[in-house]
Design a binder for this molecule. Structure first.
Ligand code: SAM
Length: 172
C-alpha cells in the first residue's frame, strides 16, 4: 500500500483509477465492464487501497488514465442513523452537505486533470437531498455520454445510475 505522503507522483500503467475504492464491490459484483487494469485509491487505510489519499488532491500526474471511477458516499452523516449501520460503515458518509459539495467541486477538477473519462455512480435517496440532475450540474467539466440505469443490489430499492462522462474540450 502506498501512502500519499510517502510516494512520488504516480505516472501511469493502469487504464483505470478508482478514486473511491471502498471494498471494491463494483468490481467484485461485475457492475462495470472490463476496462483494463485498475489502480485503487481511497482515503481510508482500512479498505486497503493501492494508494491512501484524498481524492480532492490526487497524487497523480496529469493525463495518466483513460477512466476515473467516482462512487462517492451517498449519505450525510447527521441524517438518520444510516451511518452507524453495517452498510453505512461500508460505504461511508460525508459529514455535511458542504463537505459533499466540496468533494464534488474538487473531484470535478482533479479527475479532469488526470483522466479522459469518468464513470460516476449515483443513486437518489430522499433525505440525501441531491437528485441525479443536481449532482451532474456539479460535474460541469464533463459531458454526458450515456446513463445506464441499474437495479440496486444494496440497501435500498432506488435505482443506481452509472453515468459515463467524457471531459469537455481537451481530447479533440
Ligand atoms: C460509496 S463508497 C465506494 C464503494 C466502492 N465503489 C465499492 O464498490 O465498494 C465511497 C468511498 O469513498 C471514500 N471516500 C470518501 N471521501 C473520500 C476522499 N475525499 N478521498 C478518497 N476517498 C474518499 C470512502 O472512504 C468510501 O470508501
Amino acid at each position: 500500500m502506498w501512502h500519499h505522503k510517502q510516494q512520488t507522483l504516480f505516472t501511469g500503467k493502469y487504464n483505470v483509477l478508482d478514486i473511491t475504492a471502498g471494498y471494491r464491490y463494483l468490481w467484485k459484483m461485475k457492475r462495470l465492464p472490463e476496462l483494463g487494469d485498475v489502480l485503487f485509491l481511497d482515503k481510508r487505510e482500512e479498505v486497503k487501497p493501492d494508494i491512501v489519499a484524498d481524492n480532492e488532491h490526487l497524487p497523480i500526474k496529469d493525463n495518466c488514465f483513460k477512466y476515473v471511477v467516482y462512487d462517492p458516499p451517498h449519505m450525510i452523516r447527521d441524517i438518520g442513523t444510516f451511518y452507524k449501520t453495517h452498510f453505512g460503515n461500508r460505504f461511508w458518509a460525508f459529514e455535511s452537505k458542504n463537505e459533499m459539495l466540496k468533494n464534488f467541486a474538487n473531484v470535478n477538477r482533479e479527475a479532469y486533470r488526470v483522466a479522459e473519462n469518468m464513470i460516476f455512480k449515483w443513486s437518489e435517496i430522499k433525505k440525501r437531498g441531491l437528485t441525479l440532475d443536481e449532482v451532474l450540474k456539479l460535474l460541469d467539466l464533463w459531458e454526458i455520454v450515456k446513463i445506464d440505469k441499474k437495479k440496486n443490489l444494496g440497501y435500498t430499492k432506488n435505482p443506481v445510475y452509472y453515468v459515463w462522462l467524457r471531459r469537455k474540450g481537451k481530447d479533440g
